[in-house]
Design a protein around this ligand. Structure first.
Ligand code: PEP
Ligand code: MG
Length: 572
């Protein structure tokens, strides 16, 4: 039967057509045997751990070269398990005490640790459970001498079909892979993030329907909508190919003009900035035409270390980014931990509702020593560029005042110490809690700029956890209720004469660009890859029709109607 339709979660945008190839996960059959010479067996395990370490280092380097520091960092987590006494040390203990073979203890300890991590009510820990299963699988293959699936045999144009893909699988994709589809996994899974970075369309969470796809089948994958068409007829294939060609041309055209600033057709400047997670992301931002940094998430500095990063360590990182952008604005967000971002050495207490708990600015104000170290580093680094400081998760005026008081205190202390400090720095907030949007007019009195974080604003407005697959269909940043809060924030900023931008994922959706300009945004910040296309969209926008489009979207019944309205707006 031709044109069989299936639906999963669109996790990395783009349209692709190709031939299905099953990604086979070899799982060795583990047989428990009794070991007489436990010393030799321990040494065999040690040798295997060393081989795994070598493989992971190579994967890390290859990922760093192809994707960047953030993606490569996934393998640091894997490597750290190989040094963990609770993991490898425990395997060795069991070889000695229980006299079991290395394969058996490896499987036991991996299962126990991953089950324990997976049972914790914490997205970060659950991701660690996936990491440890990935590492355990690698060790078992090495111990059993089984050749793993060889990705080099994948032909260009293959559509990878798998139950689940680990980041270490995605990292091995050769160039030219058309798309990936999986039975399990969510938009926030590491493998999905990598697919977006590599520009590979991905549809995840297809469930049992994945079984209908057989080796060699022709499939069309729409990574935006999550639609899969199995055995497309000639006409459907031709339509898909024409649409792919159109998308390619749009992308090529956009890249040619990526370096030019973006003005609407009637001459209004919209600044298009990049979101980054570490100094290693700066090159990609510049290559794609970022006119500044609209969000530097500083968490990485804290997450990649096993200690609170020192003032000097922080100055080095911030300075690197500021110098790369010269006089262009660099918005650096102060520490945003808590919620789904845990920090092992911070020993944060377990909370019933971490997203509604002691996170971000709340944590920083309660820990002034940690906060002041970051503020001092920012003030010192600010000498080297155009620094804007942004506080996350603000929900009332006194939080802003307290943070500004600490900033002034740091400035006085540094000046007394004779340190060079940036003369003037803009101070702003993220608007990502509904309260902040609802009374943005009051908050606007205390700040120089506001940036709307739609990722959190959406989850709080719609009461739908951003990382929970089961409410993924409710989590929709285009919901008119979210857009109304965006409009309200833009109006408040305009009346107060301050700048307003957006740095949540919605800002990088080119389909929404006209509506966002119509809502009143002056700056849009996004992952680097989205910049060229969003700039091209800005160039098509006429301000008055965009405003009318936004007004219409605000009256829509739900997010899908908003998307239909903006789509139709483009065709008129
Ligand atoms: C947001 O909430 O929209 C945002 C940009 O911050 P993060 O995704 O880091 O929470
Ligand atoms: Mg946020």
């Amino acid at each position: 039967m031709t044109n069989q339709a299936m639906k999963g979660v669109g996790a990395a945008p783009g349209l692709a057509i190709g031939q299905a190839v099953r990604w086979r996960k070899e799982r060795p059959e583990v047989v428990v045997t009794e070991i007489a010479d436990t010393d030799t067996e321990q040494k065999r395990l040690e040798k295997t751990v060393e081989e795994a370490r070598q493989q992971l280092r190579e994967l890390r380097q290859a990922t760093l070269d192809r994707m960047g520091e953030e993606e490569a960092g996934i393998f640091d987590a894997h490597l750290s398990f190989l040094d963990d006494p609770a993991y490898i040390g425990e395997m060795k203990n069991r070889i000695r005490n229980q006299k079991k073979n290395a394969e058996a203890v490896c499987q036991q300890v991996t299962d126990e640790m991953s089950d324990m991590l997976a049972s914790l009510d914490d997205e970060y820990m659950r991701a660690r459970a996936d990491d440890i299963r990935d590492v355990g699988g690698r060790l078992l293959l090495l111990l059993s001498g089984i050749q793993p699936f060889d990705p080099t045999r994948l032909e260009p144009g293959s559509v990878i079909v798998a139950d689940e893909l680990a980041p270490s699988d995605t990292a091995q994709f050769p160039p030219g892979i058309a798309a990936m589809v999986t039975a399990r996994g969510s938009k926030t899974a590491h493998a999905a993030i990598m697919a977006r970075t590599l520009g590979i369309p991905a549809v995840l969470g297809l469930g049992e329907s994945l079984e209908r796809i057989e080796e060699g089948d022709t499939v069309i994958v729409d990574g935006e909508s999550g639609d899969i068409t199995l055995h497309p007829d000639t006409e459907t294939q031709q339509q898909a190919e024409a649409e792919m060609k159109r998308q390619r041309e749009v992308r090529e055209q956009a890249l040619k003009r990526a370096d030019e600033d973006a003005f609407t057709a009637d001459g209004h400047r919209i600044q298009v900035f990049a979101n980054i997670g570490s100094p290693a992301d700066v090159d990609a931002a510049l290559q794609n035409g970022a006119e500044g940094i609209g969000l530097f998430r500083t968490e990485f500095l804290y997450l990649e270390n096993d200690h609170w990063p020192t003032e000097e360590e922080q100055v080095r990182s911030y300075r690197q980014v500021l110098e790369a952008f010269g006089d262009k604005p660099v918005v650096i967000r102060t520490l945003d931990i808590g919620g789904d971002k845990d920090l092992p050495y911070a020993e944060l207490p377990q909370e019933e509702n971490p997203f509604l708990g002691h996170r971000a600015i709340r944590f920083c104000l309660a820990n002034p020593d940690i906060f002041k170290t970051q503020l001092r580093a920012l003030l010192r680094a600010g000498v080297h560029g155009n620094l804007w400081i942004m506080f996350p998760m603000v929900e009332n005026l006194s939080e802003i005042r307290e943070a500004k008081t600490l900033l002034a205190e740091c400035r006085r202390e540094l000046e007394a110490e004779g340190a060079e400090v940036a003369a003037s720095i803009k101070v702003g907030i993220m608007v990502e809690v509904p309260a902040a949007a609802i009374y943005a007019d009051v908050l606007a009195r205390e700040v120089d700029f506001m940036s709307i974080g739609t990722n959190d604003l959406t989850q709080y407005t719609l009461a739908a956890d951003r990382g929970n697959e089961r409410v993924a269909s409710l989590y929709d940043a285009s919901h008119p209720a979210v857009l109304r809060l965006v409009r309200q924030t833009c109006d408040a900023a305009r009346n107060a004469g301050i700048l307003v931008g957006m740095c949540g994922e919605l800002a990088g959706d080119p389909k929404m660009t006209a509506a966002l300009v119509g809502l009143g945004l002056q700056e849009l910040s996004m992952s680097a890859g989205a910049i060229p296309e969003v700039k091209e969209e800005v160039r098509q926008v006429e301000t008055d029709p965009a405003r009318q489009l936004a007004d219409k979207a605000l009256q829509a019944e739900d997010g899908s109607q908003v998307r239909a309205i903006v789509e139709k707006g483009k065709m008129n």
